[in-house]
Write a new protein. Structure first.
Length: 158
């Protein structure tokens, strides 16, 4: 027989998920305001960050996978970044059609400028939060993300 109500942990996690949805929206809004003067949006900044953190140029599909985003959405944003001279495409020696996305000098400068704006903002936002709480929250979020990414979602049976 299926469960008819959430466990205490299920209830707490459900509330956390709702808070994370709200937080995500607020973070994107704050990020958009922060980098608007640089001609960026949070989404563009996020893609630039994904490119910066890779060891070598990657195709859009790999960037999308790393971000946990839809390839089509990432492709649209990368095309906008390319149009604005922040990234360029290079031939992929391993795949004829999946070009590699490469940060330009202009893109690197835009990303670095965004990070300079983010530094005092994130320090102020974290003011008064304990390292212990931040590390615990990070572990919980990482564990949940890992379970979902690896397909360890529970089945529909109770």
């Amino acid at each position: 027989m299926p469960q008819t109500k959430r466990t205490p942990a299920g209830e707490a996690l459900s509330n956390l998920i709702l808070d994370l949805f709200r937080l995500n929206s607020l973070l994107f809004t704050a990020g958009d305001r922060m980098v608007a003067g640089l001609g960026l949006t949070s989404a563009r900044w996020q893609i630039l960050g994904a490119i910066v953190t890779t060891e070598r140029p990657q195709p859009v599909a790999w960037l999308a996978r790393d971000l946990g985003a839809a390839r089509q959405n990432v492709q649209r944003i990368v095309n906008d970044l390319q149009r604005d001279g922040l990234v360029t495409f290079e031939t992929n020696p391993h795949h004829r059609r999946a070009q590699l996305v490469v940060l330009t000098d202009k893109g690197r400068h835009a990303f670095d400028a965004a990070m300079r704006l983010q530094l005092p903002w994130v320090n102020r936002l974290s003011d008064g939060l304990s390292m212990k709480d931040l590390e615990s929250t990070s572990r919980v979020v990482s564990t949940l993300r890992g379970r979902l990414e690896s397909g360890q979602e529970p089945d529909d049976r109770a």
